[in-house]
Design a protein. Structure first.
Length: 397
C-alpha cells in the first residue's frame, strides 16, 4: 500500500503540521482512514462540513450542477448565484452580496469596500482596527489584519493600514480611532484565537462607537456564520446589525465559497471596483444555495444551539473528575475545553486512538466544531471518548 504520509514529506511544502491520519471517506459525522478505521468527526473539515460529510442535499446539488454548468465568469448572469444572493439577503440585515472563494478573500473584499467608504465618506480614511488574537486569513493584508505577531513576523514588513488592539475592550478601539480610521473588524466570537467569547455588550458598544465616528462595523463571520454559533449569524446573538459581514467556511457544506454582504450605507462599490474569476460560479453557488436553504428550513442553528449547550453541560460535568479542566466555553457548536496543563497534543492523540477527531486549539486547549446536524448520541459518544482520553492522559502526567 502506498505510504501517503511519506509521499507528503517528499512532495508537499512543509506548511502543515498534520494529524497522522489519511482520510479517504466521509458520511454524516463519521470519516474513515485508509486502513478502514472509523472516526467520529468533531472537526468537520475546520468548521466547514456543516451538514456532515456527503449530505444528500450537498451531493445532489453538486452532481446536478456539475453536469449542467460549472463556470461562466461574472461577465454573464447565472442563476444559482442570484438564488443564493436573494436567500441570504432576505434572511439577514444586508442588502447585497459579493462572492469570493475563501474566507481570507472575503475579508480582503470587505477591507477594499471599507477603503472605498473611507475615500467617499470619511475624508480618505483607510485604516482598519482589528483585535489581538483575531484571525482573518493568510493573504498578506489579512496577515496584517490578524492580530497575532507569530503569523506576521516571517513576512515583515506588513501592508500598511491595520491596527491590532486589545480584544473585548471598547476603550482600546476608541483609543486607536483617528481621522485615518475607516472601519473596525471583529469576530463575534474569536475562533482560531481561542474561542474567546466577548462580554455581552462589547459588540453593542462597538456598534455605537462606529455610528458615532462614521466607521463601518465589519464582522468576520467566516467561522461563526451560517448556524455555527446557534443563530444563522453570530451578530444575532448580540443584538447588533453590522454594516458588513464576511462568510465562508460552513456556507458551502464543504465546497469552497466565500462572500461578503453589506447594508445600503456600506455598499459603495461601482462597476470595476472589485472582481473575481471564480467567485460566485454556478457550481459553488448551487451547493451554497442548497446548504443555506436546508439550514434555514430545518432550523439547523436551533440544533447547533441545543447540542452546543448539551455538549458544554456534559463537558462541565467532567470537571469534578478532572480538576485540571479549567474552562469550558463557546457559543453553539463552537466550543473549547481548556486545561491547566499543556496536554492539548496528548489529548488530541488520545482522542484519535479512541476514534474521535478534535482540534488542538492551543497547547492547553481543544476545540470541538462538529457538523451542525449532530444529535445527542454523538455528543454522548464524543464526551465519553474525551472522558477516557482524560483518564489516560492524566495517568501518564
Ligand atoms: C478560517 C477563517 C478565515 C480564513 O478563511 P480561509 O477560507 O482559510 O481563507 C478568516 N476569518 C475567520 C474568522 C476564520 O475562522
Amino acid at each position: 500500500m502506498t505510504n501517503w504520509q511519506e509521499l507528503e514529506k517528499k512532495y508537499y511544502m512543509r506548511t502543515f503540521d498534520r494529524v497522522p491520519v489519511t482520510l479517504v471517506k466521509g458520511q454524516g459525522a463519521r470519516v474513515w482512514d485508509d486502513n478502514g478505521r472509523e472516526y467520529l468527526d468533531f472537526f468537520a473539515g475546520l468548521a466547514v462540513t456543516s451538514l456532515g460529510h456527503c449530505h444528500p442535499v450537498v451531493v445532489k446539488a453538486l452532481t446536478e450542477q456539475a453536469s449542467t454548468l460549472i463556470q461562466t465568469s461574472n461577465l454573464y448572469y447565472t442563476i444559482p448565484q442570484l438564488q443564493l444572493a436573494k436567500l441570504l439577503v432576505e434572511n439577514s440585515c444586508f442588502e447585497s452580496i459579493f462572492y469570493a472563494n475563501s474566507g481570507t478573500e472575503a475579508n480582503e473584499g470587505a477591507v477594499k469596500l471599507a477603503r472605498r467608504y473611507g475615500a467617499l465618506h470619511r475624508n480618505g480614511a483607510y485604516e482598519v482596527i482589528t483585535t489581538l488574537n483575531s484571525f482573518h486569513g493568510r493573504t498578506l493584508a489579512m496577515t496584517a489584519a490578524t492580530g497575532q505577531p507569530k503569523f506576521q513576523k516571517p513576512y515583515l514588513p506588513m501592508p500598511a493600514g491595520f491596527v491590532n488592539v486589545e480584544n473585548n475592550s471598547i476603550e482600546a478601539i476608541k483609543k486607536a480611532t483617528t481621522n485615518k480610521t475607516c472601519a473596525v473588524i471583529l469576530e463575534p466570537v474569536q475562533a482560531e484565537g481561542g474561542v474567546n467569547v466577548p462580554a455581552d455588550d462589547y459588540l453593542k458598544k462597538a456598534r455605537a462607537w462606529c455610528d458615532e465616528q462614521n466607521l463601518l462595523l465589519i464582522l468576520d463571520e467566516v467561522q461563526t456564520g451560517i448556524g455555527r454559533t446557534g443563530a444563522l449569524f453570530g451578530y444575532q446573538l448580540y443584538g447588533v446589525e453590522p454594516d458588513v459581514i464576511t462568510l465562508a467556511k460552513g456556507m458551502g457544506g464543504g465546497v469552497p465559497i466565500g462572500a461578503f454582504m453589506a447594508n445600503q450605507k456600506a455598499a459603495v462599490f461601482v462597476p470595476g471596483d472589485h472582481g473575481s474569476t471564480f467567485g460566485g460560479n454556478p457550481l459553488a453557488c448551487a451547493v451554497g444555495y442548497a446548504v443555506v436553504k436546508y439550514i434555514i428550513d430545518n432550523d439547523i442553528p436551533g440544533n447547533a444551539r441545543q447540542m452546543g449547550q448539551y455538549l458544554m453541560v456534559k463537558l462541565n460535568g467532567l470537571k469534578g473528575k478532572y480538576p485540571h479542566i479549567t474552562d469550558v466555553r463557546g457559543r453553539g457548536l463552537l466550543v473549547a475545553i481548556e486545561f491547566s496543563k499543556e496536554i492539548g497534543a496528548r489529548m488530541l492523540t488520545a482522542c484519535l486512538e479512541r476514534g474521535l477527531l478534535v482540534n488542538k486549539l492551543k497547547p492547553n486547549a481543544l476545540r470541538l466544531i462538529p457538523p451542525l446536524i449532530i444529535g445527542k448520541a454523538e455528543v454522548d459518544e464524543a464526551v465519553s471518548i474525551i472522558d477516557a482520553a482524560l483518564a489516560a492522559v492524566s495517568c501518564e502526567a
